[in-house]
Design a protein around this ligand. Structure first.
Ligand code: BGC
Length: 748
């Protein structure tokens, strides 16, 4: 430790000034991260004295294997740290253990450069929030930011500097298990969520030991694998990529995210890991990103399997030259970069630039000032799962749940009423934490059944069947239980490890015997509330007929049991709206709200040659943006401040929303726009704004949106980004299937 500080001091004294000025362009709130403009002379000083091997060490990232998040293909990371061959570690945490490793790096290596500790803090660290698909269904950006801020506090106190989040992958593919990790199907909503998370993690000052660096992943288009199978080929036009997939990554970069993770997939025939178009042309040259790029887990090694590199050495050369600064876990940079630099296959400049980027992020985190500022055992104990963190988790869990059906206002149930709880997911507390649960522990987590017991007047319970295995031996008991209680609450879903990485399905039905169990219970005639725990849009076409009420609860996290019970019994009221379309069945997939009109849209019902199915509607079961509340809202027709505007102007659009029910409720007011004629085809409707408002019974509010040229912009025929003159339709409503519109003109 002493040695480290003496060393740093001497470097600082020797350092020439101003060599390291770097700037991140922030989108809308430049005050957020105050140290991005600061210069760090130590970075230049270090670069001047580092050996080739020491430089390469800074580009190497190994797992500690505390958590297994990919194939374990190597060990010996502690020796590598000591030898200066590994400057970054992931999957290791706790104040004590990170301190132990940091001491090796700082005191036992020649230059004492601190380690960077990364981890998948995806929806919480110790306090686990709902899965990200659920979080995005809250449409509540301040609360999402707060959840990321809490996650950062807890993680930073356990020695972590860097989270592999936000996951910005747009997805319209429910077979893909990782749809659960993202913000759903839409670029506009996804961008808002991505920025909120970056702000939450990174705070106002990255040097503050309560903040951690964000990592935008998986760049790019990882959420569009063919056939919904993880790691599979991705191919789409540049136009589609830029309009519907890139915006959330860009929003996260503009919010100041310090790092970006290259995705596993190929795009247009080149693995993202070594895709210079993505990693250099778009990310750095167009967007001005000045942090570092890390590969995904063994991503560099996998280029040999992709068939674009003849061996690992070749893969390393391609990856670094394309802009991939850090090698996660393939071991290739460690083994081959020195040779490649000596042979001139990688220039010294390219290597130095990569090292500079990594060291700059370390400097921005304040690690050169105090490498141990994040490993504080006292703070770790004090910050973890505090009452206030748990309350935020409960609120976010409540806000993420989406009420899909509520016949005859079956919900909310009277507190203290008798209920029968049935279903294999009811008593599985562990599943509430989902995949990518950070360091979340199941101890003390209440299941949905536990939560209900605290609210209801009497509870009888039967599991009914297993979640996934065949067997109907429990059905009779479940039927008996259904008849003996009051309202039936069925808790069904997918086991949580059926979503997340490498957890794809070819069916989006409830697994096992659960649907049959629902049929049998429905046959008893008892009113049924169906609570769903799952991480993807499911085919609920039959369930939506059989159940009287349906609450989509996703995997709601540490406080999910209480949150769901509070919603069921009216202590809280549902306000979530779907961030992804729920189809009638898998045959409709991909289905999303920003579809194009086609040359033969389905309008003249009964005519054969139209874009339609013979055996199913075109519309989904539940559209994007949809969700019920315990009250009702009406919308006045949208009104415009003017019927036209031009490049330097804007207009406002507003609608009056009224709570016409008898309970307070929260509405997510949504703005959609259609560009009627474009130089290329445009979506029939596209989300362009939203606002969450809470209204008392009888209360009305005017909700206003500003319509700017930027909002109308898209990638035009000539691949420039901007608006085109013409006529537009504007919709303000409660979901993407809203119909009332007004028209306006945009003039050149
Ligand atoms: C995943 C990433 C994750 C990384 C590190 C990979 O398998 O794709 O999302 O950040 O492992 O755990």
């Amino acid at each position: 430790m002493k040695r480290f500080f003496i060393y740093v001091l001497s470097l600082l004294v020797l350092a020439s000034c101003g060599g390291d000025k770097t700037t991140v362009r922030l989108a809308d709130n430049p005050a957020r991260a105050v140290n991005f403009d600061k210069t760090y002379p130590i970075v230049d000083s270090l670069l001047r004295v580092m050996t080739l091997e020491e430089k390469i060490g800074q580009l190497v990232l190994y797992t500690s294997d505390w958590d297994v998040t990919g194939p374990s293909i190597r060990d010996g990371y502690v020796d590598d740290i000591r030898a200066g061959k590994c400057g970054n570690i992931f999957n290791a945490y706790t104040a004590d253990y990170t301190r132990q490793l940091q001491e090796i790096a700082v005191n036992e290596t020649r230059l004492g450069i601190p380690l960077l500790f990364g981890y998948d803090v995806i929806h919480g660290f110790r306090t686990i929030f709902p899965i990200n698909l659920g979080i995005s269904a809250s449409w509540d950006m301040p609360l999402i930011e707060e959840s990321a801020c809490i996650a950062a506090h807890e993680a930073a106190a356990a020695g972590l500097h860097w989270t592999y989040s936000p996951m910005c992958d747009i997805c319209v593919e429910p077979r893909w298990g990782r749809i659960s990790e993202g913000a759903g199907e839409d670029a506009f909503l996804g961008s808002a969520v991505a920025a909120a998370m970056v702000y939450g993690y990174q705070g106002k000052d990255l040097e503050d030991p309560l903040t951690i660096a964000a990592c935008v992943k998986h760049f790019a288009a990882y959420g569009a694998p063919q056939a919904g199978r993880d790691y599979n080929t991705v191919d789409m036009s540049e136009r589609w990529l830029r309009e519907f997939y890139l915006p959330p990554y860009k929003a996260a970069v503009e919010a100041g995210a310090q790092t970006v993770m290259a995705s596993f997939n190929e795009l247009d025939g080149t693995p993202a890991t070594a895709n210079a178009h993505l990693l250099t042309e778009i990310l750095r040259d167009e967007w001005g990103f000045d942090g570092f790029v890390v590969s995904d887990y063994t991503g560099i090694w996998e280029m040999v399997n992709h068939g674009t590199s003849k061996d690992l050495e070749d893969a390393c050369i391609q990856a670094l030259n394309a802009g991939n600064d850090m090698d996660m876990q393939s071991g290739g940079y460690s083994e081959y970069l020195a040779k490649a630099v000596k042979e001139g296959k990688i220039s010294k400049k390219t290597l130095d630039e990569a090292v500079r980027r990594v060291l700059t992020v370390k400097a921005r985190l304040g690690l050169f000032e105090d490498p141990f500022r994040y490993c504080d055992a006292e703070r770790e104990a004090a910050e973890t799962k505090t009452e206030s963190n748990l309350m935020t988790a409960r609120t976010l869990a409540e806000e993420s749940c989406v009420l899909l059906k509520n016949n005859n206002n079956l919900l909310p149930l009277n507190k203290n009423s008798k209920v029968a709880v049935i279903g294999p997911m009811a008593d599985r507390a562990d599943d509430l934490l989902a995949s990518w649960r950070g360091a979340g522990q199941v101890e003390g987590v209440k299941s949905i059944l536990d939560g209900i017991k605290e609210m209801a007047g009497g509870v009888v319970y039967a599991q009914g069947c297993d979640v996934e295995k065949p067997g109907q031996a429990g059905f009779n008991q479940a039927e008996y239980t259904a008849r003996s209680g009051g309202t039936v609450i069925m808790v069904l879903g997918e086991p949580c490890d059926w979503t997340g990485e490498a957890a794809c399905r070819t069916s989006i039905q409830l697994p096992g015997e659960q649907k049959e169990l629902l049929r049998r219970i429905a046959a008893t005639g008892q009113p049924i509330v169906l609570v769903l725990l799952n991480g993807r849009p499911l085919d609920l076409s039959e369930e939506s007929e059989l159940a009287d009420a349906i609450l989509e609860a996703w995997y709601p996290g540490t406080m999910g049991g209480e949150a769901v019970a509070r919603l069921l019994f009216g202590e809280a009221s549902p306000s979530g709206r779907l961030s992804v379309t729920f189809p009638y069945n898998l045959g409709q997939v991909p289905i999303y709200h920003y579809a194009k009109n086609t040359g033969r849209p389905y309008v003249h019902h009964g005519v054969k040659y139209e874009s339609r199915y013979l055996d199913c509607e075109n519309e989904p079961l539940y559209p994007f943006g949809y969700g019920l509340t315990y009250t009702t809202f009406t919308y006045g027709k949208p009104e415009l401040s003017a019927a036209e505007f031009g490049p330097k102007g804007s207009i406002t659009a507003k609608a009056t929303v009224t709570n016409t029910g008898s309970k307070e409720g929260t509405e997510v007011v949504q703005l959609y726009i259609r560009d009627l004629v474009g130089s290329v085809t445009r979506p029939v409707k596209q989300l362009k704004g939203f606002e969450r408002i809470t209204l008392a019974p009888g209360e009305s509010r005017e909700v206003e949106f500003e319509i700017t040229p930027e909002l109308l912009s898209f990638w035009r025929k000539d691949m420039t980004f901007g608006p085109e003159a013409g006529e537009f339709r504007l919709f303000i409503g409660p979901a993407s299937d809203c119909q009332d519109f007004v028209t306006f003109k945009y003039n050149k």
